[in-house]
Design a protein around this ligand. Structure first.
Ligand SMILES: Cc1cc2nc3c(=O)[nH]c(=O)nc-3n(C[C@H](O)[C@H](O)[C@H](O)COP(=O)(O)OP(=O)(O)OC[C@H]3O[C@@H](n4cnc5c(N)ncnc54)[C@H](O)[C@@H]3O)c2cc1C
Length: 269
């Protein structure tokens, strides 16, 4: 993996929705090499604790500014500390890490399905696809309207996302997968599906795509300590590559976070 550990500088750290922040970090070694779907590990304090960096998907890649953005939800101590970091402060960054999405898979009419904080890496994917002359259909879901991230950013690049919320506060009342299935039943068959979000959503998106023979890539999350393949804390079960065993273990940080849906063996619910 071609990554760098270095100092970045926080250009902005703004609350964009309740408990959700967008952080822009100047760290030219990331945008120089980053691909949609890759991630960074950032240290949330200059102090000793917490000692481990935290992983975040890359939301935008701004080569001209030498910066990238990420969007994160405050869920625990690390993200709380991150939300308190001020503009202009230095931050330790490791990246870009992992394997991104395969844009060559997209075909004529790619479909992007995003849930919650799964939106950020899919926005950089949408930008990448538009750069290749494709116009993806985008479905975004969350528990409530407040969880629907980056809608204006998608609109600014000419995409009007289809929305789903569990409580019906915005768009369709229900899951993103219901919109996906309805479109397929209407004969709107995508050439490829890309998805990132909660595990149950990813599993269902993969099942729907595979049942129709549609190529599908899923970006997984796992709790990880190092981010570069050493700690093995983030392994998931994947199909055996040579048939010599029941399954393989793949590291979300190195072989992922993006996997072909066909490779993943989901734990029993
Ligand atoms: C490749 C990758 C990309 C990610 N991208 C984003 C992103 O773009 N935006 C974003 O908000 N979050 C993202 N995450 C999740 C993010 O890393 C965690 O939410 C964060 O590390 C939690 O740190 P904390 O110290 O605040 O929480 P902790 O105190 O460590 O944990 C609080 C809660 O969050 C859960 N948690 C901790 N780490 C993870 C994790 N890696 N994945 C899922 N749940 C976790 C814990 O189980 C616990 O319930 C990503 C994770 C991975 C692996």
């Amino acid at each position: 993996m071609d990554y760098t550990q270095g100092r970045g500088r926080i250009l902005a750290n703004v609350e964009v929705a309740p408990d959700h922040y967008r952080m822009e970090i100047e760290a030219p070694f990331v945008p120089e090499r980053a691909l949609p779907g890759q991630f960074v590990m950032v240290k949330v304090t200059d102090g000793l604790a917490p000692v481990l960096r935290r992983p975040f998907g890359i939301y935008t890649i701004n080569e001209a500014r030498g910066s990238f953005e990420m969007i994160y939800r405050v869920v625990g101590e690390g993200t709380r500390l991150l939300s308190e970091m001020a503009d202009g402060v230095d931050i330790d960054v490791l990246g870009p890490l992992g394997n991104g999405f395969n844009l060559d898979l997209a075909g004529d009419q790619p479909l992007i399905v995003a849930g919650g904080v799964g939106v950020p890496p899919l926005f950089s994917l949408a930008q990448g696809l538009i750069g290749k002359g494709k116009k993806p259909v985008v479905i975004i879901g969350g528990r409530t309207a407040d969880d629907l991230l980056s809608l204006d950013a998608f609109r600014a690049i000419g995409i009007e996302p289809l929305l789903a919320t569990e409580d019906g506060s915005s768009g369709y009342k229900g899951y993103v997968t219901a919109i996906m299935e309805e479109r397929l039943d209407d004969g709107k068959i995508p050439s490829a599906v890309y998805s990132c979000g909660p595990k149950l959503m990813l599993r269902r998106v993969g099942e729907i795509a595979m049942s129709r023979g549609i190529p599908c890539e899923l970006s997984l999350e796992a709790i990880m300590a190092c981010g570069f393949g050493v700690c093995l804390g983030c392994v998931v079960k994947t199909c055996s590559s040579d048939g010599s065993s029941e399954h393989d273990f793949s590291r979300v940080c190195c072989e992922g976070p993006v996997f072909d849906a066909k490779e993943i063996i989901w734990d029993e619910a």
